[in-house]
Write a protein that binds this ligand. Structure first.
Ligand code: DAH
Length: 342
């Protein structure tokens, strides 16, 4: 028959080394279950000579109780561990400081566009939008550029494979929205038309192939070049501040006659002259002029009764100048280090 004290010793170790309640259950089955050594020993007791049986039986019972005690104690320990683990996991730390989610912000180009709209709305203009996919007629022909007109070369155009070749394109400027507006609504018109434009340009510090323009159109009785110049100067000082001014220089656009380029005081040297402005103190911002009678003819407005002016310039370029951004490509890169600081 087995030695009860050495049995208890090894059993105590086995129980102490058990680290889970499930494991402990298995150990219990092994030690006290039907197939256990203890139950086998009880059977052997039955085979002992009568007088020896009670003492042997008592010893076995004592061993059994000792094992049960050890199991109960270990079970209590493991249950306590489990409870502690659960509590730790569920614990709410009411002192924890949770910083709110970081707020994003509008892209600089969008903000510039919003500010521009505010300035023009304040001057009495309405804001109108048009499609980015245009037909050749709206982008060129109605703007006094019949097919093969040399001025079309001023815009490197991206055509879509849709319909007849070179009839559907990504608009190269916002000027087609003028045409759509004049068709949809007769004069008087006081509107600005911001939006995205596309050109087959190689990106560099001052050009990106996807960019934004804002177009302006005013048509009314007796509108003259003086109103055009005054509008551009008012817009320039409201947007850039009182120290930035504008000037017009003769130029050419097929849809205006006469045409001009408008320039604003260089934001780098404040007009003194530097490399950026080729030492002139002025930086070109956009084009403008009096609406050409051919454009009025394309949309059926009587040029004897109405006159008007138009202008157009780059929103990205404007943001570049006001925020003194060396390279325009950064506007497309979405580098949060750039976006966050503005
Ligand atoms: N559409 C011209 C361009 O993209 C800019 C422009 C010039 C717009 C003269 C006008 C204008 O409305 O009158 O280069």
């Amino acid at each position: 028959m087995m030695d009860p004290s050495s049995l208890v010793e090894s059993v105590a170790q086995l129980i102490a080394e058990t680290t889970s309640l499930d494991g402990l259950h298995d150990v219990q089955v092994e030690l006290l279950g039907k197939r256990s050594a203890l139950v086998a020993a009880r059977r052997e007791v039955g085979e002992l000579p009568g007088p020896e049986r009670p003492a042997a039986g008592q010893r076995l019972q004592a061993v059994r109780e000792e094992i049960e005690g050890l199991l109960a104690q270990r079970r209590a320990e493991l249950e306590e561990d489990q409870r502690r683990g659960r509590l730790g996991g569920d614990r709410l730390d009411l002192t924890e400081v949770v910083t709110g989610a970081r707020r994003g912000r509008l892209h600089l180009v969008q903000r510039t566009r919003d500010e521009l709209e505010d300035v023009f709305v304040g001057m009495g203009f309405v804001v109108v939008e048009g499609p980015e996919v245009e037909t050749d007629w709206y982008n060129f022909e109605a703007l006094n550029m019949p097919p093969a007109h040399p001025a079309r070369g001023m815009w490197d155009t991206l055509y879509l494979e849709l319909g007849e070749p070179e009839t559907v394109l990504l608009r190269t400027h916002t000027s087609p929205v003028q045409i759509r507006l004049m068709q949809a609504q007769g004069p008087p018109i006081y509107a600005v038309m911001p939006g995205r434009c596309y050109r087959r340009d190689t990106p560099d510090a001052r050009h990106i192939p996807v960019f934004h323009q804002v177009e302006g159109l005013v048509i009314d009785h007796g509108i003259s070049f003086a109103e055009l110049a005054g509008t551009i100067e008012t817009f320039t000082t409201s947007y850039f501040g009182p120290h930035t001014h504008s000037r017009l220089r003769p130029s050419y656009f097929p849809f205006t006659e006469p045409s001009a380029e408008f320039e604003v005081t260089c934001s780098i040297c404040k007009g003194k002259g530097c490399r950026t402005c080729s030492h002139t103190g002025w930086v070109e911002l956009g084009g403008c002029g009096m609406v050409d009678p051919e454009v009025f003819a394309a949309v059926g407005i009587d040029p004897e009764e109405w006159t008007g002016f138009a202008f157009g310039f780059g929103i990205d370029r404007l943001a570049q100048m006001r925020h003194v951004i060396a390279d325009m490509r950064i506007l497309l890169e979405n580098d949060v280090r750039f976006l966050r600081q503005l």
